[in-house]
Every structure is written in structure tokens, then in C-alpha cells.
Ligand binder design. Structure first.
Ligand code: ZN
Length: 202
């Protein structure tokens, strides 16, 4: 499966001058919502991700996704793994688990995101699951930005990766592109202005 081609066909891999949530600038932006707007594509990607997870022998009771980015990928993955699905959401800046969702003691929870950059949001949500008694057994994402080493890839873990090294990280593809601090951005130097994807209707 050519995941990059699937993203490009869905206009989910944007080219331009973007301001990322980290504050850095990039020529590319991954808009996973676009690739997931077709439920059949979402299902196909989640099925491929679930296949990797099942083949690894990992036991999963529940998939947990941090809202908003991980909601659709997490739901589709739980469906493909035939397991329970819950989500965490930010309230006043703090990740929390609401809506009557319960986490049982030692329940095996797989965290799921659409894209893992450093894994910060996934691990924030994971800590809430652990406080409720759950056990984080792995992390999954459709796409990996290349800071964390996933299963079946030989890229090295970078120092800003926040995922624990003792649990597996599954993703379908690595999307590695250059990022620049705003004052070192070559596109800014050419006078163009970085846009925040989503803020102008894209
Ligand atoms: Zn820039």
C-alpha cells in the first residue's frame, strides 16, 4: 500500500508555507482529516494498521484516541481490531477522560493518533488512562513524522520523541520533511507569510 500516494490523491499532503502547531514552519502539511473524509479509505488504512498490530501479537482491550486529531483514526482502528473505543479530550488545556467512559484496572489500552509528531498529545492522554488504572501497551498512528521510530522502519528515534521506548509504535508510513524555526525559515526570508492550515478554510 502506497500511503503517500493515498494522501496525495486525497489532497491531504499540502504543499505551501505552513506554520505547524509546534510553531515551526514547513513546506508541507499533512491534513489527515482529508484522507479520512472517505470512510472507505479510513477503513482501508485502519485495516492495514490493525493487521500490523495483530501480526505483532499485541493484545489490545481498548483503543484510546486524543481528540480532536485522533478521533476518526482511533474509531476506525478499534473497529478493525474489534475492540472497545474511548477518547480523551482537552478541557481548560488539560487532557481528561469524560462522557462516562471507564477504564478498568490493567485494561490493555492502545493509544491512537492520526499523525505522531513527537507524540506529546498521545502521551498526555496516556497518562490520564494510567491514572485511571489502564496499562498502555502501544501507540498507533496512520502517519509518522519521523521523530519516533516505528515498528518496521529503520529511522532513528530523535531526542524530541516523547513516546516511551519500551512499548511498540505502529504506523503505516514515515513522512519526513524539513522544518524551520521561524527566524531561519527560507520561505519567510523570501517574504512569504506562513499560514496555519485550517485557519483559512483549508
Ligand atoms: Zn516561514
Amino acid at each position: 500500500m502506497n500511503v503517500k500516494q493515498i494522501y496525495m490523491d486525497a489532497n491531504a499532503l499540502l504543499e505551501g508555507h505552513f506554520k505547524l502547531s509546534s510553531g515551526n514552519h514547513s513546506e508541507y502539511y499533512l491534513q489527515s482529516a482529508k484522507v479520512l473524509e472517505d470512510p472507505k479509505t479510513a477503513n482501508m488504512l485502519a485495516t492495514a494498521l490493525a493487521k500490523q498490530i495483530k501480526e505483532s501479537g499485541l493484545e489490545v482491550d481498548t483503543v484510546c484516541a486524543p481528540a480532536l486529531g485522533g478521533l476518526i483514526a482511533g474509531y476506525a482502528l478499534a473497529q478493525a481490531l474489534d475492540c472497545r473505543y474511548i477518547f480523551a479530550e482537552r478541557v481548560d488545556g488539560e487532557m481528561s477522560i469524560r462522557r462516562g467512559f471507564e477504564v478498568h484496572k490493567d485494561e490493555k489500552v492502545l493509544m491512537c493518533e492520526d499523525i505522531i509528531t513527537t507524540g506529546g498529545s498521545a502521551m498526555e492522554a496516556a497518562r490520564v488512562v494510567e491514572l485511571l488504572g489502564g496499562k498502555i501497551v502501544g501507540v498507533a498512528a496512520l502517519a509518522n513524522r519521523g521523530f519516533c521510530k516505528r515498528e518496521h522502519s529503520d529511522i532513528e528515534t530523535k531526542s524530541n520523541c516523547k513516546l516511551p521506548q519500551d512499548i511498540p509504535f505502529f504506523a503505516l508510513a514515515d513522512f519526513i520533511f524539513a522544518m524551520y524555526a521561524p527566524d531561519e525559515c527560507p520561505m519567510c526570508k523570501l517574504g512569504s507569510e506562513a499560514i496555519k492550515p485550517g485557519s483559512r478554510g483549508n
